[in-house]
Ligand binder design. Structure first.
Ligand SMILES: CC(C)(COP(=O)(O)OP(=O)(O)OC[C@H]1O[C@@H](n2cnc3c(N)ncnc32)[C@H](O)[C@@H]1OP(=O)(O)O)[C@@H](O)C(=O)NCCC(=O)NCCS
Length: 165
């Protein structure tokens, strides 16, 4: 059994969160050219953007830690306009996948959704990301919509899913 600590993130975690994103994207999004991944990562998750995410009252983030190493990041977003609760990012470093860290993050997402009076969780997942798609299906998500999603110069389709709590 590995001991996983899950806690809310701090500003000191930003570089480690970028590391989790870079490595897990390179592994999971092999169907997207490297330059597009790098462009999107630098644009969306620069230290400046992470600071904005950190300060947002509608975004809740957690990190997972094993032996002092940050190996996962969870981002939950309350979309006030849509009145919906999104599990907007969940990324585990490749070498730490399949150890139920994602499942622990999902339990936290349910808790946070419930605490914020939501009875549904929404997600978006690229249709070519079969591992994640199947993982969400096993957790009980139903996919009901497909939308384009742009990463740099590449457009990939995204399935939108929801699960009733
Ligand atoms: C999808 C993800 C969040 C799941 O978290 P996890 O901690 O690895 O998953 P868990 O250990 O809780 O669950 C295990 C299940 O995940 C799936 N899985 C996870 N990693 C896998 C891998 N590398 N290969 C095949 N299946 C994998 C399996 O279906 C497994 O099912 P099983 O328990 O019946 O064998 C994680 O693998 C990940 O970060 N993937 C890369 C990034 C990504 O795609 N994020 C989602 C973006 S929408």
């Amino acid at each position: 059994m590995i001991n996983v600590i899950i806690r809310k993130w701090t500003k000191e975690d930003f570089p480690d969160v970028q590391n989790v994103l870079r490595k897990s994207w390179n592994d999971a999004y092999k169907f997207i050219p490297q330059e597009d991944l790098d462009f999107y990562l630098n644009k969306t998750y620069s230290l400046y953007e992470l600071e904005k995410i950190f300060s947002s009252e509608n975004i809740i983030c957690y990190v997972a830690i094993i032996e002092n190493k940050i190996c996962g990041w969870l981002k939950l977003t309350i979309n006030k306009d849509e009145n919906k609760f999104y599990l907007s990012s969940i990324y585990i470093l490749p070498e730490f996948q399949n150890y139920k860290i994602g499942s622990k993050f999902f339990d936290i997402a349910i808790q946070e959704a419930t605490n914020n009076s939501f009875d549904e969780i929404y997600i978006g997942v690229m249709n070519k990301n079969e591992i994640a798609l199947n993982w969400y299906k096993k957790l009980g998500f139903e996919f009901f919509k497909e939308e384009p999603f742009q990463m740099g110069n590449t457009v990939v389709n995204h399935f939108i899913g929801r699960k009733k709590l």
